[in-house]
Design a protein. Structure first.
Length: 330
């Protein structure tokens, strides 16, 4: 059972109105509800969208929805929030639509208490709000995070920073990158998108001078947030140990592996014709090259390696996946 509560608040009775948070919420729902092959990922994500005076997100409703999210022993309980955030010396807050001063919103300490006590096996908290990096921080000890096993926090900014929207105000910068990551930008070679890979994508995309995302986790293994089309077929990936008997072995090539011939070749040069069995293997090797698992040795491209009877070898990433396949982990 995979549960998701997605909150986006644009309308505030007393605070400055926002413009992109509801868009963000629905973009996140669209990304997490199903995997890329159409199979169900998170069943019926609950969306609280604060768009107007007729549809405000009240604190009591927000708190009750969070309580229900973390109430049972689901496989994963995912909470996403986009809206105003507030911080003071007593801690941080997520501002509901009826917040007047900020410190009357949902306290991050309350959110963390519900998540830390939850029986859900994985609790993932994604916050696109100002000062959201305070989530999980100890109220007693500076620089110390207090999160239970199975909890992961990913926030748009540090406790001291604001969280910004795109120039046209239609979406949050952080959430735009988060959705891109879920749609495949953060997928590994088997198509899994984990909180760690999402953070790596956002961290690299924002750069050192922009708002800084914060990642805190206490897990033994990452859960997959979404499954997308892998960049290489599983059968090809599992064949690594067939083509390379050891992680440091080299695969010897010759012109019979390459199906294409250059028009500039001399007709009197003895070159063996393409071998269908060899060209089929060579196609797999080239797919490895595209995902940085294999590289040609002493040649700029695989074509040159084959035509010059050189070899190819596993990259460091290739050796990593070779080990995973060899251990039966893929």
């Amino acid at each position: 059972m995979r549960k998701a509560l997605i909150v986006g608040i644009d309308y505030y009775d007393h605070l400055e109105l926002l413009t992109g948070c509801v868009n963000d919420a629905f973009a996140v729902r669209a990304a997490v509800e199903r995997n890329s092959d159409g199979t169900l990922n998170f069943a019926l994500p609950v969306v609280l969208a604060g768009t107007s005076t007729e549809q405000p997100v009240l604190k009591r409703d927000l708190k009750e929805a969070v309580r229900k999210l973390f109430a049972d022993d689901s496989d994963i309980a995912l909470f996403y929030f986009a809206g105003h955030g507030y911080i003071e010396d007593t801690g941080g807050f997520l501002c509901a639509g009826d917040s007047e001063t900020g410190d009357d919103g949902l306290a991050l300490s309350e959110l963390m208490q519900m998540a830390n006590r939850s029986r859900a096996r994985n609790k993932v908290i994604i916050l696109d709000s100002c000062h959201s990096g305070a989530a999980g921080n100890s109220t007693m000890t500076t620089g110390l995070a207090e999160i239970s096993e199975g909890v992961t926090i990913l926030t748009a900014s540090t406790a001291d920073q604001e969280s910004y929207e795109t120039p046209d105000g239609s979406a949050g910068i952080f959430t735009s990158l988060f959705v891109d990551a879920l749609n495949g930008a953060a997928a590994n070679l088997v198509g899994d998108i984990t909180p760690g890979s999402v953070y790596a994508h956002i961290d690299q995309s924002l750069g050192p001078w922009a708002q800084r995302p914060v990642f805190k986790t206490n897990v033994k293994t990452f859960v997959s947030l979404r499954k997308t089309e892998p960049p290489i077929a599983l059968a090809d990936l599992q064949a690594l140990i067939t083509h390379f008997p050891s992680p440091d072995s080299k695969f010897q090539l010759d012109p019979s592996f390459e199906p294409e011939r250059s028009s500039g070749e001399q007709d009197d040069t003895p070159i063996p014709p393409p071998d269908p069995a060899h060209t089929a293997v060579f196609a797999v090797l080239q797919r490895y090259v595209k995902v940085n698992l294999v590289r040609p040795v002493d040649a700029p491209h695989m074509w040159h390696a084959a035509m010059q009877s050189k070899s190819c070898e596993l990259t460091v990433l290739g050796q990593h996946y070779w080990a995973l396949v060899e251990k039966g982990l893929i």
